[in-house]
Design a protein around this ligand. Sequence first.
Ligand SMILES: O=C(O)CCCC[C@@H]1SC[C@@H]2NC(=O)N[C@@H]21
Length: 826
Amino acid sequence: ALIRRTVRRLHRSRCSFTFCCCAGPAPPPARQPRRQVPPEERVCLRIGNKVFFTDETQVVKWSDYCSPLAYKPGEPYKLIAEASIDNFSNLGIAFMEDRLQMDNGMVPHKIVSVHLQESTLKELGQVAPSVKEERNVSSTQMNETTPAATFGTTVKSGLEIAASPGDPESEEEKSKLEKESKHEDESSSLSDKEIGPGEHHHLHLSSCRECLQLENSTIESVRFASAENIPELSDDCSSKLEEKNDNYTAREVKRINLAGKPPNILIYVGSEASKVEFEQVKSILQECIDRDNYTIYQLHEEQVLKAPWIDNALLLVIATEEPISEENHQQFMKFLSKGGKILGFSSSFTFDGIQIKRKNKLKKIVHELVVSQLDNTEIKLDFLISGCIFEEVMKENIGKVKPLSRLSNADRDIVIVHLPYGDSGGEAILCQVHLEWDINSMDIQTKDDFNTLKMSNSKRYEVLKEILTSLGLSCELSEIPVLTPLYLLSSDEEIHLAFLKWLEQNVDAEGLIESSKLSLKFVSSCESKMEITPSLMSVITQMGSFSSEHFSLETYQQNLQTKKLGKILLFAEVTTTTMNLLDGLMFKLPEEMGLIAIAVRQTQGKGRGGNVWLSPVGCALSTLHITIPLYSNLGQRIPFVQHLVSLAVVESVRSIPGYEDIELRVKWPNDIYYSDLMKLGGVLVNSTLIETTFHVLIGFGFNVNNSNPTICINDLIKKHNKKEGTQLKALTADCLIARTVTVLERLIDIFQEKGPNGVLHCYYKYWVHSGKQVRLHSEEGPIAWIVGIDDCGFLQVHEEGKGIESVHPDGNSFDMVKNLVVPKRS
Ligand SMILES: O=C(O)CCCC[C@@H]1SC[C@@H]2NC(=O)N[C@@H]21
C-alpha cells in the first residue's frame, strides 16, 4: 500500500524511479523516529543517485518546523502558525507523505497559506491572550530545533511584523517585508486584488473566499515543493527561472510548475461581464482540469493592461463575444509571444492566418460537428455554435493554422482552430462552439434540442479535455479522496439506544466487529487517530457530533416512513463502496433494525457485471439490507427485487405532488432512465440464502444533483419548470434515498401479499419499453415485440409466428441502444 501510494503521489513527476531497501537518511533534527525500523524494513525511493525516504514511521512533528500563533478548537481543529519557506516546504513534503503530526498526535488534513495583516495579529492578541503565550513557547522551540528563519524566505510577512516591536532586527525585517509584500501584491496575487480593503476577514481560515483561492495555490506549492525534491527541473524551466526578475520571491519560485509558469488560469469575460458569466466558465473548467493543480481567477477589464498577469498565467480563456480592443489584443499577443496559451470561446479574438466570418443563420441551432483528436480519431457531437465561423486568410500562414473541428454542413464550416504563435511555445485554440455553456442555463427552444444536447454532453467534456490537454493542462482525475470515518445514525433516539445495547454484546474488547471484507471499530466520538482503510473503518456512534454539507439526518428521518427498513444507518462522506459496509452486521443484527449504508462519494463504486460505478458528489449512493423468507411470493421470485428497487427510485420522485410528470423511468432489468434516452441510475443486487432466509444487499445509485457530464434528476426538474412554468424545488439525495426505501418497503409488502400482479401495473406505467420492438440474438436477428415481464421477472417478447418467450435479465444481454435481447435457455 505504501508503494502504491508513493507511486500515485509521484505519478506527475514524469521521472522513472526504483524502490529499494536502504539504511535511510538521518532522522529529522531533534526528533527521533517513533520506532526504530530495521534497515531491511525501510522502503526508499531511488532516482539516479538520490535516495528518498518513504518510510511512514518518519513522523514529522508540526512544531519542529513552525511556530503556532492561534488555534480554534472543535471540529475541524484549526491552527495558524508561522514558518519559513524552507520549513513550509518541509511541512508540505511531510504532509504529502502522510508523515506530519501535530504535537497532540492529531493528523492535519489540510494546509492553507494565509495572509495575516498587522491589525489582524493585534486583534488576535486581544481576543486570545493565550495565543501569545503559545507563540512564545513555540518560537523558543523553533529556535532550538531549526536554524533561525532567514528573512527572505518568510512565508507570510504580516505575522513577522507584529512579532517583536522595537527589536532592531525586526524593524529592519519589517521594512524589507513591507517591500516584499508590496511586490508580492503587484506581481503574483490576483486574488488579493479581487478583495476590497473592507472585505478582509480577521482570520483567514479555510472557510473564507480568499483562503479557498489561496488553498489551491498552497496545495500546488506544497505539491511542487514536494516534487521538487525528486526530479530535477527540466532545462527549459530552469532557464525561464533564471530569466526571472531577481525580485521574485522564493514563494513564487516554488509555485513555478514544470511548464515554467505559475499554475494560474485567467478568464476574461469582457468589459461588461457579470460575475455569473465568469463563474459559469470557471465551473466548466474546474470540472475538466485537475482542479488541485490550478488556480482560476477572473482577469478584469482594468487589469488587462496593468496587472503583470502575462508572466503569471499558464492559460488565458477569452470568453466574450464583445469586440476586443486594439490595446487588449496587443496585450494578448504579448502573452502568446511569451509562451502563453489562449483558449477562445465564441470570441472575436483571432490573429495571423485566420479571420472570423459572421453566419447569423447558424445561431441558436443545434449543429453536428466533427472534432479531430490528437490521436487522429474523430468525435461527432451536437452543439450550439456562436453564429460565427473561422476562415483561413493569409496564404503563407496557412500551414500553421490547423482546423480542429468543422460543421457537418455543406460548407464544412470551421468552428475550432489551433494556431501556434512565436518561438516560445505560445498557441491558441479558438472555438466558435459554445463548449463553455451550461446546458441548464441555455435558452433551449425544444425538447428535442434539450435531448440532443444532453446526449452530447459527455462528448462535450471529452472535447474540452482534449483541447485543454493539447494546451498543456492536466485533465487527469484529481487525487483519490481520503476515506473518512463512518457515522452510526438512526431514524430515532430509541432505536439508536437499542442498537448501542446490542452492540455492547456483540463487539470484542477492542470495540471491533470483524468480517472478511471489512471490520468495523466502534468508537463513541471522533478521535485524533482513527484507522480508516478499505478493510478497517472506525464508526462514530455519537449522533450529536454528526453534520454533513451533503446529507441532512433530519431530512432523512422525516422522509423515512418505514416499519423496519433503513432504520440504522452507516454514513460516510467518502468510502470505498457502500456494498461492503454492512458485511459484518447484516447477518447478526435483529431484523427490525433495518440496515442501510449511505455515502456522499465512493472511491471504488461497483456497477453490474464488474463495471466501475463513478460516484461523484450529487449522486445518491446507498446499499440497503433486506431479508426475504424463501417461502414467500418474493422469495420464490428473487429477480423481482431489482425491478422493485428501480420502480421505488422512480416512484420516490414521481409520487411527490407536482413531480408526477418528471420524465424518470425504469428500464428492465434494473436501470433508471431519463425517458428512454439516458441512464441516470442503476441497481445492483447481491443475495445470500441462509437456511430459509434471503439476505439481500441492494445497492442503488442515481444522479440527483450532478448535471455533468451526463444528466441528473434536478436537470429534469429544471427542464420541467421551464416548460410548464412551474417552480418545483430541486431534490436532494437524503430525501430521495429515504423516500425510495419507504416506497420499496410498501412495494415488497404488496408483492408478498399479491405476487407480481400487485405491482406490475405500476412498473409498466413507468417503464420505457411499452410498444417497443427488439431484435433477438443479434443485430440481424428476428424482430419481436416486448410484451411484459413473466412470473419470475424475466422480460417477455412476442415473435411473429412463434408466440411469447422469456429473455435473460443478466449481464449486458439486453442492449437498449441496439435493442437486442438473448432468449432465455431453460
Ligand atoms: O451497474 C449498475 O447499473 C448498478 C450500479 C449500482 C451502483 C450503486 S451506488 C451505491 C452502491 N455502491 C456501489 O458500489 N454500487 C452501488
